[in-house]
Design a protein around this ligand. Structure first.
Ligand SMILES: [Zn+2]
Length: 78
């Protein structure tokens, strides 16, 4: 049975619920703190929204350094 992460839009608490897919699709979810039905599902439990952009930024070449000099002012730096 999978775990689902939710955030309540009324009391702004995030919580985790363990439920079946059938229960999930019925959408009958209420906040465990204030019993509000205004809960939003969070998708950060599987981690497919992080990592990719961070590694892309890291591998992009920076203008202040090059492989042929250490000062960053030779002709291949530009
Ligand atoms: Zn709540």
């Amino acid at each position: 049975m999978p775990n689902y992460d939710f955030k309540c839009e009324d009391c702004h608490q995030s919580f985790e619920l363990r439920m079946t897919i059938e229960e999930m699709e019925k959408g009958d979810i209420s906040c465990i703190y204030c019993k509000s039905k205004k809960v939003k599902r969070l998708y950060n439990g599987f981690g497919f929204s992080s990592g990719k952009t961070a590694s892309l930024n890291h591998s992009s070449p920076s203008s202040s350094s090059c492989s042929s000099c250490s000062s960053g002012s030779c002709s291949t730096c530009r």
